[in-house]
Design a protein around this ligand. Structure first.
Ligand code: HEM
Length: 538
């Protein structure tokens, strides 16, 4: 991606250069020579001034590598950012900075500094600074994940938590999860002895659970079955995720954003249009059904409403703020589907990979399942009793956090951290990959040892800064309860109902590719065989 970008910049420069020198008289030639020489001289002077200004005195920035004038460190960054930043932390220390184009980026890599960003100065660092590609797909950044710390963000987040993700709502939605997980077990049963893509089945299960919660509570025959959404959505989401992580020169040099040199904005618009059309259809049908008043769409017999129904009713209330529009509703729906699906399916894949990689762990997990569950299918109520599996999941989160740099934060005012200036607008990363693998925090950090987590003091609340897979502070993931529940339910069901082994020609490998969600580089393909003697349990 970076080399393609370099080539494009090279071509554009050559074109402009030849045009610049197409002169027709001597006077023009002198003027153009003077101008041509003065531009690099000014850039070099500005660069020198920047270096002196930022490395000395009270405006001292965190240490970091020198880059090139104008583009900064961009050409040297590479693609696996979490690993690159962790290497750089070894050289520059627990806080370092790098200039990418005209944007300053700061990475914190230690527990103490993560505490400053997400606890002591949580309020200062609560903005996001979304990239251009994100704005395209979040209706201009009005969703929960990318909104700045404003009253709008607080209201949207409160709505999401109270109406979808609270423990009462999750208890009420148990039937969706049971239905989908059993469907998955049945599908895997039909593939016994054949190759199964673990991420794919986990994704499908999660997307169906989440969309049921969002817009599927109606039993009305008039409401379409949106299960067709899962296949289409996977394709769009994969493309969106790839575009989100592609380094976009327009983000680093906003003067070039108009040209969209890499076509990222254009491609994102295309994906967004597709997604928007699906949501429009769902919402339009719901509004029509509501106005026909024949049925009560989105409402179960017991009166419980799905999220779409709640949002549409809220929008129509007299005291609803004018700023709450259909676009806000769509942004919220997209947020939840994207935030919940890739993270959960990636984690199911990593846990299964680590279990297959460590036969001793597999044996302990299976022994626990046999003892706690016995010869029946897994129920959600069994999950809290699976202590060892919980520890396996946490150890996997430690080694393979799906968001190894969390989501970038951005200070709303200049401030000091560890004696360095962090200017307003800096893009901040919390490198939890480095924290989770630092031998100061975790003895033998590269060893997969679930026993570390058998002590019950570990949870996902972000209060212990050694372990932050869901982040910490006011921007912590609001979907922890659902994420954990689904992860445990899918894993316990797959591991209790089936034995798993690798296809003969496959070798297990543990490399990853950085992304907004950092995934396994090659998909885990495994072959199931029957584990429970009673075929009626499938
Ligand atoms: C294994 C599952 C999941 C993991 C590992 C995960 C992880 C994360 C992380 C690390 C963040 C960023 C926190 C920060 O910036 O400090 C985040 C944000 C977020 N997550 Fe999750 N998540 C998961 C599941 C879910 C689910 C199921 C939902 C919703 C249904 C969800 C909704 C969100 C939202 C809306 C945000 C943005 C919060 C904000 O900026 O205020 N996530 N998640």
């Amino acid at each position: 991606m970076i080399s393609q970008l370099g080539y494009k910049i090279y071509l554009t420069t050559i074109t402009i250069w030849s045009w610049w020198w197409e002169v027709d008289n001597k006077l023009d030639q002198v003027a153009r020579t003077i101008l041509t020489l003065s531009i690099p001289t000014l850039v070099l002077l500005w660069y020198k001034w920047m270096l002196t200004y930022t490395t000395k005195g009270k405006n001292r920035l965190p240490p970091g590598p020198y880059g090139l004038p104008v583009i900064g460190y961009l050409p040297f960054l590479g693609s696996n950012l979490h690993e690159r930043f962790t290497e750089m932390a070894k050289k520059y220390g627990p806080i370092f900075s790098l200039q990418l184009g005209c944007k300053l980026h700061v990475v914190v890599n230690s527990i103490d500094l993560a505490k400053v960003v997400a606890r002591d100065r949580d309020h200062t660092f609560a903005n996001r600074s979304p990239p251009i590609a994100v704005l395209e797909v979040t209706y201009g950044g009005v969703d929960v994940a990318w909104s700045n710390n404003t009253a709008h963000w607080r209201n949207m987040r409160k709505l999401l938590v109270s109406q979808v993700l609270s423990s009462t709502n999750l208890t009420a939605g148990q039937s969706f999860r049971t239905h989908e997980v059993r469907k998955t077990v049945n599908e895997v049963y039909n593939k016994i002895g054949k190759k199964v893509d673990i991420n794919e089945i986990a994704f499908k299960t999660e997307v169906n659970v989440v969309t049921s919660m969002l817009w599927g509570r109606s039993k009305s025959s008039a409401v379409k079955d949106y299960s067709c959404f899962e296949g289409e959505f996977r394709e769009v989401e994969d493309k969106i995720m790839a575009l989100l992580v592609a380094p976009n020169i327009s983000d680093f040099l906003p003067v070039l954003s108009w040209f969209d040199l890499q076509g990222i904005k254009r491609e994102m618009k295309k994906q967004f249009k597709y997604l928007d059309r699906i949501l429009d259809t769902i919402i339009k049908e719901r509004i029509e059904e509501t106005s026909s008043k024949i049925k009560r769409p989105g409402v179960e017999e017991d009166g419980k409403k799905d999220f779409l129904q709640i949002l549409l009713e809220l929008k129509d209330q007299k005291d609803c703020p004018k700023s709450f529009s259909i676009d806000h509703i769509k942004a919220l729906l997209v947020d939840v589907v994207i935030a919940a699906t890739d993270t959960t399916s990636t984690m199911v894949e990593w846990v299964m990979t680590e279990i297959l990689h460590n036969p001793g762990v597999m044996k302990k997990v299976q022994d626990e399942l046999t003892e706690v569950i016995g010869v029946k299918i897994v129920e959600e109520s069994d999950l809290p009793k699976l202590t060892y599996l919980h520890a396996v999941v946490k150890e996997t989160f430690r080694l393979h956090p799906p968001l190894p740099l969390l989501i970038q934060r951005c200070p709303d005012e200049s401030c000091m951290i560890a004696g360095y200036t962090i200017p307003k607008g800096t893009i901040m990363y919390m490198n939890i990959w480095a924290i989770h693998r630092d031998p100061k925090n975790w003895p033998n950090p590269l060893e997969f040892k679930p026993e570390r987590f058998l002590n019950s003091k570990w949870d996902y609340t972000g209060s212990n800064f050694k372990f932050l897979p869901f982040g910490s502070g006011r921007r912590i993931c609001p979907g922890i309860l659902l994420g954990e529940k689904m992860l445990m339910y899918i894993l316990a069901s797959l591991l209790h109902s089936f034995e798993w082994h690798l296809p003969k020609d496959e070798e297990l490998e543990l490399s990853d590719v950085f992304g907004l969600v950092t995934k396994k580089k090659n998909p885990l393909i495994a072959i199931p065989s029957k584990r429970l003697s009673d075929a009626s349990l499938y």
